[in-house]
Design a protein around this ligand. Structure first.
Ligand code: URA
Length: 170
């Protein structure tokens, strides 16, 4: 319920310019008591169409790789640093990130995950909270494109799956 209220705030957000060019905000999805949270950069075209995170090519690749290592997407909370898509899918500007970060901070406060997976460089801006383990992973878009990155991504997702097993959090 708390999360739903927050999602509604995000859907009506006008704190930066991105709402003007986007079709839908993409707050995130997953159980309110998820133990693992995944954070990406910002929604792409497919996510903008549907209002759901990671449903395009990179998302399908992420979901498939997680499943290969025994991690079910629906057990995780999946969101992004910035909740609206950007023109031509450009990297969000620092003022857009700054305007949006309080939503992620609040999502972390409500969900209280044990592990936060940061996808790619942009996600490193995620607020750090004591007691949460942060796990940096190659962005799935890069992993799809470059063989070396794909190998690294698979190693990292395997390590994540081991960590989840160790902590017994799923
Ligand atoms: N890439 C991201 O970083 N986030 C999404 O939601 C989709 C693609």
């Amino acid at each position: 319920m708390v999360l739903e209220e927050l999602n509604n705030q995000i859907r009506n957000c006008k704190k930066c310019r991105l709402y003007q060019t986007a079709k839908h905000a993409v707050p995130g999805e997953g159980p309110e008591n998820a133990k693992v949270m995944i954070v990406g950069q910002n929604p792409g075209a497919d996510e903008d169409e549907t209002g759901r995170p990671f449903v395009g090519r990179a998302g399908k690749f992420l979901t498939k790789t997680l499943a290969e290592f025994g991690i079910k997407r629906e057990t995780l909370y999946i969101t992004n640093i910035v909740k609206h898509t950007s023109p031509e899918n450009r990297k969000p500007y620092p003022d857009e990130v700054a305007a949006c970060l309080p939503y992620l901070q609040e999502q972390i406060r409500v969900i209280q995950p044990k592990i936060i997976v940061l996808l790619g460089a942009s996600a490193k801006e995620t607020p750090r909270v004591e007691g949460i383990e942060y796990f940096e992973v190659v962005h799935p878009s890069a992993a799809m494109r470059f063989t070396k990155m794909r190998e690294k991504f698979r190693v990292q997702i395997r390590e994540l799956s081991e960590k989840i097993g160790e902590l017994g959090v799923i």
